[in-house]
Design a binder for this molecule. Structure first.
Ligand code: TRP
Length: 378
């Protein structure tokens, strides 16, 4: 039976029915055809496509057709810098890197320090700017091409974004914003304006092309936005307005949410045990994985006899989402878990080893990224 769930840019909770979300949001399911075409263009497979971790889209066919015709496209994604980056945040970024490698195109990455200042009572502008810098290290540690990547920290890059944000804001009424985002009379007025700032980078590639000397003024740079599906409401607004402004509607490709170690719901920054941060030490990683919610049984004897349930097991889900990209190995492990051949202790140790190795490497790259920050922050 379907339970209640909530997915908005400000709240994700409950047991999410992704098919219902596609219907409610009016997006399109990602098909085998899309997966095959992207993997063909990229020249390699991607487990996040094959396992339907990316599952939904808007106008992806148009974007891919444009790419095949002109090869001039751009990617846009972002991060709300309200605290340290956790594994759930990295996942869409790794996918975005796969797309940047495939399309050899610019990436516009937005750090919405303004958003997090406006929406979080506990954060000052100094805090959100500080998190913007810290989080940018994680972004670049993912391996984006520094020559093709621009990070916009909103309060710093606002001069580039503001003219477009203004054009957008003039065409979004309060009643639309209220209907899409659920604002109340008590919402601060910065919150209400904010969606126009998040729209701006989606229009910027075409706007920049039009400003170039010699440009005819009707240049189009198709934009694809890889993001978790909770960001779609923003881009619904963007797409409506883009058309009114004579810009192409940005395409989107949506991911499901990275599982929480605490069980159902997405990995949440507000429950410290539910998430692994990129800066966690080996000891902390092992402790968190050790306490993870699993699909096991109350006793070893029962688990041997009845087997575990990988569907609800956060350890199995971590392997599926990120840490066991080899399909054959994953299948074998999940089968053995279901049969009671693998118990939780062993499964947790297997995952913890993978996370420890991965983060040791990430932390190294994160330090090296200090050298390129100056170059990529706009
Ligand atoms: N609002 C997003 C967040 O809170 C950050 C963001 C800005 C973003 N632009 C984006 C996310 C584009 C995905 C795509 O995380």
């Amino acid at each position: 039976m379907a339970k209640d769930f909530v997915v908005t840019p400000w709240e994700v909770s409950g047991d999410i029915d992704y098919e219902k979300l596609i219907r409610d949001f009016g997006t399109q399911p990602l098909s085998q055809k899309h997966t095959e075409l992207i993997e063909k263009l990229a020249g390699r497979k991607n487990h996040m496509l094959d396992r339907k971790i990316f599952f939904s889209h808007r106008d992806l066919d148009w974007f891919l057709a444009e790419y095949q015709k002109h090869k001039q496209v751009a990617l846009y994604t972002g991060r709300g810098p309200s605290g340290p980056v956790h594994l759930g945040h990295l996942m869409p970024w790794f996918f975005t890197k796969y797309l940047q490698d495939a399309f050899k195109c610019p990436l516009y990455f937005q750090m919405t320090d303004d958003e997090k200042f406006l929406f979080k009572d506990s954060l000052s502008q100094k805090d959100t700017l500080n998190w913007s810098m810290e989080n940018s290290l994680d972004v670049m540690a993912v391996g984006f091409d520094p020559a093709r990547t621009k990070i916009f920290i909103d309060t710093k890059s606002i001069a580039k974004l503001y003219p477009l944000a203004l054009e957008v804001s003039k065409r979004v009424t309060y009643s639309t914003a209220k209907a899409v985002f659920g604002y109340k009379d008590s919402s601060n007025i910065g919150e209400i304006f904010f969606t126009s700032v998040q729209s701006a980078p989606a229009l910027l590639p075409s706007a920049e092309a039009r400003q170039k000397k010699g440009a005819k003024g009707d240049e189009i740079v198709p934009v694809l936005i890889p993001c978790a599906i909770d960001q779609d409401p923003h881009f619904r607004v963007t797409r409506d307005v883009a058309q009114k402004l004579g810009f192409p509607k940005p395409a989107e490709i949506h991911s499901t949410f990275f599982p929480s170690l605490a069980g159902s719901g997405k990995m949440s920054a507000s429950d410290p045990l539910s998430a692994i941060y990129t800066t966690d030490s080996e000891e902390v990683i092992r402790k968190k994985v050790g306490r993870a919610f699993t699909g096991g049984r109350p006793t070893v004897a029962e688990q041997r006899k009845l087997g575990g349930n990988p569907e609800i097991c956060s350890v199995c889900q971590y392997l599926k989402f990120f840490f066991e990209p080899d399909d054959r190995k994953l299948e074998e492990r999940l089968r053995a878990y279901k049969n009671g051949e693998i118990l939780d202790g062993e499964n947790k140790a297997y995952l913890a080893d993978k996370i420890v190795d991965f983060l040791a490497e990430h932390q190294k790259r994160r330090e090296q990224a200090r050298k390129v920050l100056d170059k990529v922050i706009d």
